[in-house]
Design a protein around this ligand. Structure first.
Ligand code: PLP
Length: 447
């Protein structure tokens, strides 16, 4: 018997994109800036409904979403408890005046985040998108240290507003705006082995002293403990600890961008836990809002007190700061995270997914590596010659769509297939996805 929508396997009635998606694509083309949605004969489909790990499109096709829609729907799409909380709050107070007349929901959410965070006393600034949380972290680090230089990592993705873009390592995103980006950023390689990691720590020390003597000292090191869009690259054991020790002794603020990894995605609440490291600042986003746009920059009280006390005019705020509806859905999401043991599920299902993929992709000569932590998994593809298979992640995503699977490409060269499903995905859905993706990837490998 077929399961209910949410826990269903794919059901493709019309080869995607079907006629309704194609019609919407042509209407979209006429109204949206051409830089935004990539439209072609075989991509995208227009979503109609989503529940759990299923998405249906406007042509009645049902997909298994292996992305949680950019990592947001960690509890599954349209989780019923979050929906109820949303409905009740929507009747009471949707929008408020976050930094003037705040709401109960904002206070409760920050209390809850404080109870999860690694510091004795936590202070938080809320925002709406991941990139904004990064902007807040960069400003905080500058106020705290009085230094404007930043060390970031090759392959990093921190967002696209100008401050975040200054520390995002994607040439295509940066090139048109390069004149407006801070020159005080040094990109260092993201280490993938313990040897590389120790060499890199020495290199960072050299950069710190070079910058110091040039008059633009480094005030922040920003790292995604696992690079998500960069291709699911995992910092080797010991590196975060080394970075933390180095930052402390150099008076540099250590910022963990946990916008993708945080709140259970990688199998822990915060990646810092894995090495018992306490960074100065942590950025959260994506899953935090339970489906609504919400992000946060959290820090120790000491770090956050670098900001001056407001006398009525906050020097960093925004219209939607502390949005009551988003804060309520975030609280509800955090409740579900606990009550449904989503972090343990992320570990268990992540191990199952990774082991199944590794077992079935073992013989693929185009498979460079299958890696992951929790429910953040990447399949790195290589060419016959052994180099990164440029753009193959996107080709696989288009092929997978026709089989009813939603996946995303990742990696500097688009050489990685990224999987970030909901923690509520069923074993049957995982089995189907593994069989289907393996068939697809091995067919290429063996052809
Ligand atoms: C690690 C990381 N940081 C920051 C961002 C930017 O978040 P947003 O797109 O919400 O601005 C992303 C988005 O993918 C991300 O993965």
């Amino acid at each position: 018997m077929n399961s209910k929508f949410g826990a269903q396997l794919p059901s493709i009635k019309t080869p995607p994109p079907g006629p309704h998606s194609l019609e919407l694509a042509s209407r979209l083309h006429a109204v949206e800036s051409r830089n935004i949605t990539w439209l072609s004969d075989d991509f995208p489909v227009f979503w109609d409904q989503a529940l759990g790990s299923n998405v249906s499109d406007v042509d009645g096709n049902v997909y298994v979403d292996l992305t949680s829609a950019f990592g947001v729907a960690f509890a599954g799409h349209s989780h019923p408890d979050i929906g109820i909380a949303m409905e009740e709050q929507a009747k009471r107070l949707v929008h408020g005046m976050g930094d003037v007349h705040p709401s109960l929901a904002k206070v409760k959410l920050m209390e809850e985040l404080g109870s999860l965070a690694p510091w004795q006393e936590t202070r938080t600034v809320l925002a709406s998108s991941g990139t904004e949380a990064i902007e807040i972290a960069l400003k905080t680090a500058q106020l705290l240290t009085g230094k404007t230089g930043v060390i970031a990592f090759k392959g990093a993705y921190h967002g696209l507003t100008l401050g975040s873009l200054s520390i995002t390592d994607r040439q295509a995103f940066r090139d048109p705006f390069v004149d407006r980006l801070s020159e005080a950023t040094d990109f260092v390689p993201f280490p993938t082995s313990e040897d590389e990691a120790s060499r890199l720590l020495t290199q960072i020390v050299r950069i710190l002293s070079k910058r110091e003597s040039s008059g633009v000292s480094v005030g922040a090191i920003v790292i995604e403990p696992i690079q998500g869009r960069g291709g699911v690259r995992i910092a080797p054991r010991g590196f975060l600890r080394g970075l933390s020790d180095l930052s402390k002794s150099a008076g540099v603020a250590l910022i963990f961008d946990e916008i993708f990894t945080g709140l259970g995605r990688s199998g822990v609440m915060f990646e810092s836990e894995t090495e018992g490291v306490v960074p100065d600042l942590v950025c959260l986003g994506k899953a935090l809002g339970g489906g609504l746009p919400l992000s946060a920059c959290l820090g120790s009280r000491a770090a956050m007190e670098a900001w001056p006390e407001t006398h009525g005019e906050a020097i960093h705020t925004s219209t939607f700061l502390g949005h009551p509806l988003s804060c309520t859905t975030a609280l509800s999401f955090l409740g579900v995270l606990r009550s449904e043991r989503l972090i343990s599920k992320s570990v268990e299902k992540g191990q199952y997914l990774l082991a199944s993929l590794r077992a079935s992709l073992d013989s693929g000569r185009h498979i460079h590596e299958v890696r992951g932590r929790g429910l953040l998994v990447g399949i790195e593809l290589r060419t016959e010659a052994g180099g990164p298979w440029k753009g193959q992640g996107a080709r696989v995503a288009r092929q997978a769509l026709r089989q009813g699977l939603i996946v995303l490409p990742a990696g500097r060269h688009g050489e990685v297939v990224q999987l970030a499903p909901a923690a509520t995905i069923t074993e049957k859905q995982i089995d189907f996805a593994v069989t289907c993706l393996s068939d697809m990837l091995l067919r290429v490998s063996h052809s």
